[in-house]
Design a protein around this ligand. Sequence first.
Ligand code: UD1
Length: 389
Amino acid sequence: MTAETTAGPLICVVGARPNYMKMAPLLRAFRANPALPKALLVHTGQHYDFALNDRLFADLELPAPDVNLGVGSGSHAVQTAEVMKRFEPVVLESGPSCVIVVGDVNSTMACTLVASKLHIPVVHVEAGLRSFDRAMPEEINRVVTDQIADLLYTTERTAHDNLAREGIAPERVQFVGNLMIDSLQAAMKKAVAPHATLAKEGAALELLSDPAGFGVVTMHRPSNVDDPASLAKLLDILSDVSRRLPLVWPIHPRTRANIDRLGLGAQLARVRMACLPPQGYLEMVGLLSNARLVLTDSGGVQEETTALGVPCLTMRPNTERPITVEHGTNTLVPRDGAVVLRLVDEILASGGKRGRTPELWDGHAAGRIADHLAAWLTQRAAAPAEAAA
Ligand code: UD1
């Protein structure tokens, strides 16, 4: 008898954009592994816009979710509570072998809490990352999820030190590499050329003819875009940088809403930049891989630029992904125009920081997780009392 006929399903949870790049290769690997039970995809509905959701599902060849909880936006408490309320009956009805959560968004923590209280094992993929900044909502989500998850898969070795410091037994932790790179490698062959992306959005194509090349911007963290003074300062810095090289900025809905609400649209229009709506994954990979440099506050983009060897300036005081700074092409920058311009000039003059690919960021993380998980579930089934101890 296969595992599929004897055990409850694997429930795989996604909620927001950065989850999809991780879950797409993982779900494929789960469904291709006969030793694993059937995998169900549950979408919490945290992200629901076409650009943030459906388009990425198509680009990543993620199948339609088996269940969509339709939670939508709200305050942190409302969003987290809604996910919990709507996820609990799904778990109760399906009796899963385990629940698999990825990353650090509100849906990750909410589903972990629900499953854990129902005594269903939780597997957290991308565990142990720490910014040590509790003002970031994601940091709270990471700490809570890792404390109560049963099995933790990591992308870099510093995560093991972080987890050990928080009292998490090393037997619960497994280094597997980075699923983001599995998706990146799969998408490179299909990436959309920057010209096609700008043409589709009706942006000025001559921006791409500058001899300096072009820079790509992504910004959506509350610390950069929610405070009016910080956002205005950010736009000033982008304006200065755009005098060195033109910029392309697919603007996150959160950032767009703040720019409109604060009346900063006119300031934005003065920047030598193509302002685009959020882009699909294949467009994003095309932009990032052809960029001369990237200015971001995203977690995933720090990893993608390291894997692509493209210089990345991350506008944050910290990163939960230190390997991108230590081994990769990433540099943390303050919200300070002089510092940013100096680094941009260095990149334009010398190509910037040379990075190397971190250990196990090789495109095969999903297969490693599927194999390990199959063995772990078999072991638990054979000795449930021991495993629970
Ligand atoms: C969430 C994640 C963040 C991740 C980011 C990627 C948390 C705490 N944050 O942040 O870690 O990097 O996704 O995008 O989970 N909105 C839309 N359409 C949507 C979804 C949201 O327009 O489909 C707007 C709403 O106005 C909403 C705002 O964006 O209030 C913020 O959305 P939310 O899901 O709360 O967080 P993100 O900022 O997207």
